[in-house]
Write a protein that binds this ligand. Structure first.
Ligand code: NAD
Length: 303
């Protein structure tokens, strides 16, 4: 069994981006600039935003963090989004989710200029992705694609089971995997992407176990600890665990520990490759966001 080391691969990607930024600066250009809007003080969101800003700092991107109060009105938030849309000095921005319940997330996502939508959530980008055209792809599927490519894991002709149908992970992941490679996005090794036979499963799927047992590759993004157990995985399969779950653990100084959606100790010995949690998909998601920001910056230069 080989661990898919997202931490290492993400560090390599950051190093490459740093070199690109240094070259831009040497050529007299400005660095890419990411803005992050955060509404309220959800502790998990604050941690994610801190990690994203730190990663930007490491690669030399400029960042602007905009903290807004939890009781901000939807109109005021939309005004902030429009301000960033109109700011030529901002290449991309994200509105950290989840938003407070009084705000309509879809309305906010759709207000973002799709060319700056580095979370890849705007319907225009999702439509382009579905058509196999260049787009800003949601950072987690983008990162998983990079991870599979790095380990030269082939998807062509293989059966991939995606567990979860969210707009941010499951759906775009399935779209990328089923794509014909010649239509795929730039800078990717075609051998590591697309042409898969994809089954998307969700909370209403019957007999998940039988479906998973026929999978060459399983990508789990359900938010359910130990959903994928050893009896669901055929020997030699590839398992990618997207889940992030906080489990109470009195032995840990924080009182909890992070686990994914896979029963790792039992599943790992059966696998050819598997991602750990933490250190698998998480760092690749941030790497995907950085790559999207560089892509938005580069695209803006050609307009
Ligand atoms: P979501 O809650 O929007 O979607 C979960 C999906 O899982 C749904 O489509 C649901 O139908 C499906 N599901 C739930 N229980 C199931 C079951 N028992 N059997 C089959 N399907 C089931 O979640 P999301 O935003 O896609 O995130 C999923 C998980 O991935 C969460 O734990 C989240 O924290 C994590 N996540 C991690 C990263 C990362 O960088 N590692 C990024 C995004 C999300």
């Amino acid at each position: 069994m080989i661990l898919l080391d997202g931490k290492q691969v993400a560090a390599d990607i950051r190093r490459q981006l740093r070199e690109q930024v240094d070259a831009l600066l040497r050529a007299g250009q400005r660095a890419p600039h990411l803005a992050v809007i955060i509404v309220g003080d959800n502790p998990a969101s604050l941690t994610y935003v801190r990690n994203k800003v730190r990663a930007c700092d490491e690669v030399g991107f400029r960042t602007t963090r905009i903290d807004l109060p939890a009781d901000i009105s939807q109109d005021a938030l939309l005004a902030e989004v429009r301000r960033l849309n109109d700011d030529p000095g901002i290449d991309g921005f994200i509105v950290q989710l989840p938003l407070p319940p009084h705000i309509n997330e879809a309305a906010v996502t759709q207000a973002i200029d799709w060319r700056k939508d580095v979370d890849g959530l705007h319907p225009h980008n999702i439509g382009l992705t579905a058509l196999g055209m260049p787009s800003l792809v949601s950072a987690t599927p983008r990162g998983i694609r990079e991870l599979l490519a790095h380990y030269n894991i082939q998807t062509a002709g293989r059966h991939v089971v995606v567990i979860g149908r969210s707009n941010i992970v499951g759906k775009p992941m399935a779209m990328l995997l089923m794509q014909r490679p010649y239509l795929s996005l730039p800078n990717m090794s075609a051998s590591a992407l697309g042409d898969a036979t994809v089954t998307v499963c969700h909370s209403k799927t019957h007999d998940l176990r039988t479906i998973c047992l026929s999978a060459d590759i399983i990508i789990v993004a359900a938010g359910q600890p130990a959903l994928l157990t050893a009896d669901m995985v055929r020997p030699g399969a590839v398992v990618v665990d997207v889940g992030i779950n906080h489990i109470e653990d009195p032995a840990s100084p924080r009182g909890y520990r992070l686990v994914g959606d896979v029963d790792f100790p039992d599943v790992a010995p059966r696998c050819a490759y598997i991602t750990p949690v933490p250190g698998g998909v998480g760092p690749m998601t941030i790497a995907g966001l950085l790559q999207n920001t560089m892509q938005a910056y580069t695209d803006s230069l050609s307009r």
